[in-house]
Design a protein around this ligand. Structure first.
Ligand code: PA5
Length: 435
């Protein structure tokens, strides 16, 4: 298996190798508590063994439901917010063509709802749904989150009007708690196929449950390979107790070392546009896990070279708040060369014969050099290529490192009490009974 490499040589001006090595006992202690399940948040550690323990019967049922729905749908509306949609979106956007909406391949195209309350968004979605055969995956662990509940009410009414209540109930899949919540009750009453989000898996760690697997499979991607990547990464993360051999230990150690040296922001920088939702998923994972008790690196993201033309100035010369984690991909899945032009009016014939990946790699190298000389430490994460297996590895790597990093920081990485504050205010303003 091709591993994820964590290269820390570009942080040495800010933190020394000895200082990173000195964190080994702390990250190992965190790993020990994570695996033993004897520290804060230990009722939410179901994700640790998920790739090994996934239920084969559930997977077979999920694939059968996907085949049935894909056979009669050009679109699937995935309704969910936060951990109930970002994981699926990350994988789908990483793997599908950037132009999938226009191309319409063999698998249904995924559209999203429940992650916003934008009124125009919903009227545009309803216009689209008028003209397309579609099905719906409604995803909410609590089954009571307002945004997806509102979206589901709107989409369900449209679906029932379009196909009739009986057929509509065959086009909806609910992914929710095994016993509780309004969504669970609706699904039971209407007879929707239902999948369970395990009690001990929090939203941001749930991409390898039906929450992520069903939409990803619906979009035509190989969930077995995704799980295989996660399984192999799990084995490595559990077996290896060295910083050099275990990428999760190294990543957790270096980001804590830099945080202790005063860095306040971590920018996840990707060199490919189709990884932008990986950054969105990562932001939730790290922001919700570590941003508490007045602590934690603020997760931010850049896509290069696009954002070098907007945020590049700040990163180079602005306040020295940040560290950078650059996600680099060794191989593209396809190649495009720069063609020769006899007139060379644009002056770029010197690039002829180079692939865009070679040019992009030089942009990345140049960016690292510039940012390091501008006082920004850079951690490189290097992966082979963007495919299901690698994404499975990345998912488990980031999750495992997050658990270790959060414990090393001294917080409970598995709760999110701060998310409730806006909800209470919103309910009061909306006049919800009891608020
Ligand atoms: O990570 C989390 O717990 C949150 O982001 C939730 O996933 C999000 O609030 C959605 O919650 P639910 O799945 O209960 O609708």
């Amino acid at each position: 298996m091709e591993h994820i490499e964590v290269n820390v040589k570009h942080v040495f001006g800010h933190v020394s190798k000895n200082e990173i090595d000195a964190l080994l006992p702390e990250v190992l202690d965190a790993k020990h508590h994570l695996l033993k399940g004897d520290a804060a948040g230990n009722d939410f550690l179901g994700w640790v063994n998920l790739p090994e323990e996934i239920d084969a019967d559930m997977l077979a049922r999920l694939k059968a439901d996907v085949a049935r729905l894909a056979g009669k749908s050009r679109l699937m509306v995935v309704i969910g917010i936060g951990g109930s949609y970002l994981g699926a979106r990350m994988v789908i956007e990483a793997l599908q063509s950037e132009f999938a909406a226009m191309q319409r391949g063999k698998a249904p195209y995924i559209v999203y709802a429940g992650h916003t309350l934008g009124e125009d968004y919903y009227s545009q979605l309803l216009s689209l749904l008028e003209h397309e055969d579609y099905s719906v995956a409604v995803i909410s662990k609590s089954g009571t989150t307002t945004e997806p509940a509102v979206a589901f009410r709107i989409v369900k009414a449209h679906l029932e009007h379009k196909y009739g209540r009986d057929e509509a109930s065959k086009r909806i899949v609910a992914i929710t708690d095994a016993r509780r919540g309004a969504l669970h009750e609706i699904a039971v009453q209407e007879g929707y196929p239902m999948y369970v989000i395990p009690d001990n898996v929090g939203g941001r760690f749930s991409v390898l449950t039906p929450v992520g697997l069903l939409p990803i499979a619906m979009a035509g991607f190989d969930i077995d390979k995704l799980l295989a990547g996660a399984r192999d990464m799990r084995k490595l993360c559990i077996a290896d107790d060295t910083l050099e051999g275990n990428p999760a230990l190294m990543y957790a150690a270096v980001r804590n070392a830099l945080y202790r040296k005063g860095k306040k922001v971590e920018m996840l920088v990707s060199c490919l546009p189709n990884l932008r939702y990986l950054a969105e998923w990562w932001k939730q994972l790290y922001g919700e896990s570590e941003g508490k008790d007045g602590k934690g690196l603020l997760p931010h993201s850049l896509s290069i070279t696009t954002d070098l033309h907007s945020m590049g100035q700040y990163v180079q010369d602005g306040e020295r708040l940040m560290m950078e984690t650059m996600l680099r991909v060794r191989r593209p899945n396809t190649t495009v060369d720069v063609p020769r032009d006899e007139q060379n009016l644009d002056g770029i014939n010197y690039l002829c014969g180079k692939s865009l990946t070679e040019i992009n790699d030089c942009a990345a190298e140049g960016t690292i050099e510039a940012h390091v000389s501008g006082g920004v430490p850079v951690v490189e994460l290097v992966v082979g290529s963007v495919d299901e297996y690698t994404l499975g590895q990345l998912i488990y790597f980031f999750e495992f490192a997050c658990g270790i990093s959060g414990y090393t920081l001294g917080v409970n990485p598995f709760d999110q009490p701060g998310v409730e504050a806006y909800k209470k205010n919103m309910f009061r303003l909306l006049g919800k009974p009891g608020f």
